[in-house]
Design a binder for this molecule. Structure first.
Ligand code: ATP
Ligand code: MG
Length: 452
């Protein structure tokens, strides 16, 4: 309060914003019918109740780019409580950043109240910052102008009013969209300090849209990458999913590494890529290429698989070290290495148990896939994680690991009928003769050929 008063007395303008550019429907090409009917319903209802409400963010941006929006975000001057009261199917979520989710079956419309700068806060519990300037609470409400400059990138700050078809542009977003650039609104360094996740968002949009970051948006990232350690691991896990599951993981990985951010998310992996063999690079690159391909084909991608792949090179390095330096038996070394690699990873990004367990199963099955004698191959086929483990095996081979045609064998085994399967197992050799190769394979399986 005192701050505000002092500012007013010193004659400093509180909000020296120029009016928006108003682009009529005839000039931007967006049509109301392109937006989600549910998002339009939410806006209608807010406007009928006397509030202003707009579509904003990715929905507007992606439609202007003739793309398919992932979701539709609504911005309004109604507070979260006022919004919630208008809808039966609404709930307020978040503490750091309170928003309202209005649910229509499987679709959720996110409704955000216009935000303002923190010096306009009257209540300290709405605005809280850490010693590095990070926003711990960002619930100071304002008007549409202040909201526009609190958004991250200019292309994300275009407001569409479905009631008259106008597009409101406070930040030169339309020009940046046409120039195909990602431009941070305001002073990039200050905005990254407020929320380091914006660095990941800059990379994500740049990769996904094929836009270049402007120099001023890109330059501070490497310098500020270490701020990522202040972001809660659970939030970073969510961001990793958005980065890796948007169909542009390959470019995203390159950009993350170029700007020093991959290390903040996967320190063990980054170290293996820098110091390790070429195999590591091929392996991780192939993993993201496969992920992008699966997404293009509308196939499921589980975070467990991505984490299993990213952590495989550091896991192998740790196993090798324990086996060679400490002469530890393989199975024990594997357990010990897993613990080390996982605990380092969990200090950076969370990995919920529902993914952690399958990730470890994918790894454990790599030891079992070579052992196919007797009924073992049949039993493995029934394992709930077999398919992911088989894909992982193929990935290892694709990256250049020599596994004596194990991938091909499993491909044929899956395609074969019962009789052929029996024969394939028989062809592996008699149990007596198998014992030796079994021991050999146990020893060599988890160790990739090239050592860092
Ligand atoms: P997509 O939904 O396709 O991933 P989006 O741009 O809609 O992209 P959301 O995370 O849905 O991204 O956020 C909606 C909008 O909210 C953004 O477009 C941006 O205007 C604003 N926004 C989101 N996160 C931040 C942030 N960390 N800092 C500032 N503004 C943000
Ligand atoms: Mg969105």
């Amino acid at each position: 309060m005192l701050n505000r008063l002092l500012k007013l007395l010193s004659g400093k303008p509180q909000n020296k914003m120029s009016p928006p550019k108003i682009i009529p429907a005839s000039n931007h090409g967006l049509r109301k019918a392109q937006f989600s009917p549910n998002a339009l319903k939410v806006i209608d209802k807010l406007q009928e109740a006397g509030f202003s409400a707009f579509l904003v963010g990715g929905g507007v941006r992606d439609l202007l780019l003739k793309g398919q929006p992932k979701d539709f975000d609504v911005a309004t001057n109604a507070t979260p409580e006022e919004t919630r009261k208008l809808f039966r199917n609404a709930m307020i979520i978040g503490r750091r950043f309170r928003i309202v989710h209005v649910r229509f079956g499987r679709e959720i419309i996110e409704v955000t109240t216009f935000r303002a700068h923190h010096d306009q806060s009257v209540d300290p519990k709405d605005a809280e910052q850490s010693h590095t300037g990070m926003l711990l609470r960002d619930n100071v409400y304002g008007d549409i102008q202040s909201d526009a400059v609190r958004r991250d990138f200019s292309v994300n700050a275009l407001y569409y009013d479905p009631s008259n078809g106008n597009l409101l542009d406070y930040t030169n977003g339309l020009e940046d969209l046409n120039r195909r650039v990602i431009q941070m609104i305001g002073d990039p360094e200050a905005r990254y300090r407020e929320d380091p996740v914006r660095m990941l968002r800059a990379i994500r949009f740049s990769a996904k849209l094929g836009f270049a970051m402007t120099d001023s948006t890109a330059e501070p990232i490497k310098r500020l990458a270490s701020l990522m350690s202040h972001v809660p691991p659970a939030r970073l896990f969510e961001e990793v999913l958005k980065l890796m599951l948007n169909g542009s993981a390959t470019v995203t990985l390159e950009l993350l590494r170029e700007h020093g951010l991959f290390e903040a998310l996967f320190p063990g992996t980054e170290q293996s890529l820098q110091k390790g063999s070429e195999f590591n690079m091929r392996f991780v690159t192939q993993a993201v290429l496969n992920t992008d391909k699966r997404i293009r084909q509308d196939k499921k991608v589980t975070p467990a698989f991505i984490y299993a792949a990213f952590l495989w090179p550091p896991l192998q390095a740790a196993i090798r070290k324990l086996v060679h330096d400490s002469k530890m038996p393989l199975v024990e070394a594997m357990q010990r290495a897993e613990q080390g690699v996982i605990s380092q990873q969990l200090s950076c990004t969370a990995l919920p148990k529902r993914f952690l367990i399958p990730m470890r199963e994918i790894w454990a099955l790599q030891l079992r896939l070579p052992r196919r004698e007797g009924r073992k191959a049949f039993a493995l086929l029934e394992h709930p994680r077999f398919r992911a483990a088989y894909d992982f095996l193929l990935l290892r081979e694709q990256a250049g690991e020599q596994l004596d045609g194990l991938g091909v064998w499993w491909t044929q085994f899956q395609d074969a009928n019962e009789e052929m399967r029996e024969q394939m197992v028989k062809d592996l050799g008699s149990p007596q003769r198998q014992r030796r190769p079994r021991r050999r394979s146990t020893k060599s399986t988890p160790t990739p050929p090239a050592t860092p």
